[in-house]
Design a protein around this ligand. Structure first.
Ligand code: GLC
Length: 478
């Protein structure tokens, strides 16, 4: 966030007078006093471990999901008035100090005629992804779903006039793909949120006396619309919680509000106010409020034992589409990152930034397809696994499930001897997931501390990562 903090202040507030689309009604003015209203009696943060385990089960099993950042920022695609704007694409409104009326022009031009919801779901499925999280409303305030609470949405404010999020939700449902939405608490467009602080939309210290009204009459109603209009939303991925007006108290109220609408919902920890930057955790290294930690652009070096977490990451250097960002990570890096995350017990949410016309850029498609090819052979060693019982071996990573240890070999041994670091009991059977042929396991000769060595063929089946299965027991623990 530091780069966004460089913003100058002192511009005149031109926003309120020119605001055309979001208009508080008399009713909302009456309702919107600046206090936190507790709308639900039940405290959902107090569930039992068994209830929590049941609710989190599919998510822990999934391991790999698609993040989609898509909105009006894909129209300028990183360029404002002929100048390239540094930083992540979906921040262009803040980075380039774009006045609200100018930004609204992008919304009026947002026309994703080539968007094909089934195709997006097919791409995610083909990549081996088990869930999708799409930006329903980002910091810019523009909603890509049909919102009755707001005119600043894809149906009312764009030439497209159709509910793209609804189409994607339905396509995901048809394909048996889990689905969730991102929603930004911070809102640079709403007069009761950050809009009046133009040009410093992202101030961490500025506060809006009417923020409570925004929460009660706009944000919560929009979230309720999402959860009631799209019955298959399983995850709410909040963000923008660092603003001065947000508190843990508001977060707790929101968490309970959301789960009262949908008890099975999984909510990320950005619902609270205690996240410490990109670590995605609070000061004590815990999730804090919410169900899972959200490390961003990084994998926690030692994992986070006992904590549910999900690393979100970009494929290039932006979340929202930028026409000239070609800094793509290669497939090998992406697959190894997924393995690294799984070996530490986390989920990997990999971002896709589609173009404004609805097409997914080709470099993304090819990488996702290759990831899917790797997972088609090796998925058993990722989905539903737990983290490594033996830390990080020098040659790669381990994942595990009951009775099985998976050795993901990044650096294939030249002499064909793979030291099974940490393994104390002779595995019953060993084979590569790529061909299933039985391999020999030997007791290490010297200096191996009584450990074991697997004899591998000379050529690795994959240059990305070759997975060796070690059956440690027919049934029961390692
Ligand atoms: C940061 C950025 C936001 C992005 C998010 C994804 O919070 O502000 O633009 O959506 O990371 O994790």
């Amino acid at each position: 966030m530091t780069t966004q903090q460089e913003m100058g202040t002192g511009g005149e507030d031109q926003t309120e007078a020119r605001m055309t689309i979001v208009r508080p009604t008399l009713l909302t003015l009456v309702l919107g006093a600046g206090f936190v209203r507790s709308t639900s009696a039940q405290d959902f943060t107090q569930e039992t471990q068994a209830q929590r385990d049941a609710r989190m089960a599919w998510w822990r099993e999934a391991r790999f999901g698609m993040f989609i950042h898509w909105g009006a920022y894909a129209v300028p695609a990183g360029t404002y008035r002929g100048e390239r704007v540094d930083g992540i694409g979906e921040w262009i409104m803040s980075r380039a100090h774009i006045p609200i009326p100018d930004y609204e022009e992008y919304v009026h031009r947002f026309n994703p005629a080539q968007f094909d919801a089934d195709e997006w779901v097919r791409i995610a499925k083909d990549a081996g992804m088990k869930y999708m999280i799409i930006t329903s409303k980002h910091h810019d305030g523009f909603a890509i779903f049909d919102s009755k609470v707001s005119g600043y949405d894809i149906v009312d404010a764009t030439p497209y006039r159709r509910d793209a999020l609804g189409a994607l939700a339905e396509a995901a449902h048809r394909a048996g793909m889990r689905f969730g939405v991102y929603y930004s608490i911070m809102d640079w467009h709403h007069p009761d949120a950050q809009a009046p602080n133009y040009p410093d939309y992202n101030s961490r210290t500025w506060s809006n006396p009417n923020f409570g009204r925004y929460v009660e009459t706009y944000m919560k109603p929009q979230l309720k619309e999402l959860l009631t209009q799209y019955p298959n939303i399983d995850v709410l991925w909040l963000d923008g919680e660092w603003i001065a007006d947000w508190t843990d108290e508001r977060g707790r109220d929101l968490y309970n509000y959301l789960r009262a609408i949908r008890p099975s919902l999984i909510v990320n920890n950005r619902v609270g106010h205690t996240r410490q930057g990109l670590s995605g955790l609070n000061k004590e290294g815990h999730v804090g409020l919410g169900d899972f930690g959200t490390p961003e652009q990084r994998v926690p070096p030692e994992g986070l034992p006992g904590v549910d977490w999900e690393t979100c990451m970009t494929m290039n250097d932006t979340w929202g589409f930028k026409s000239y960002d070609d800094d793509w990570k290669d497939t090998r890096t992406l697959v190894r990152t997924l393995i690294d995350v799984a070996s530490k017990g986390g989920n990997f949410l990999l971002n896709v930034g589609p173009r404004a016309d609805g097409r997914i850029p080709a470099p993304i498609m090819s990488r996702l397809h290759e990831m899917g090819e790797w997972l088609a052979t090796n998925g058993e060693a990722v989905y539903g696994t737990t983290g490594s019982p033996y830390g990080m071996p020098a040659w790669g990573r381990y994942t595990a499930r009951q009775g099985r240890l998976y050795a993901h070999v990044f650096d294939w041994p030249k002499d064909g001897r793979l030291e099974l670091t940490g393994v104390k009991q002779q595995p019953l059977r060993a084979y590569l997931l790529a061909d299933g042929k039985p391999l020999t396991i030997e007791q290490a000769e010297t200096g191996g501390g009584g450990g074991f060595v697997a004899r591998l063929p000379t050529v690795p089946p994959s240059t990305i990562a070759s997975v060796l299965v070690l059956e440690t027991s027919v049934r029961g623990a390692q």
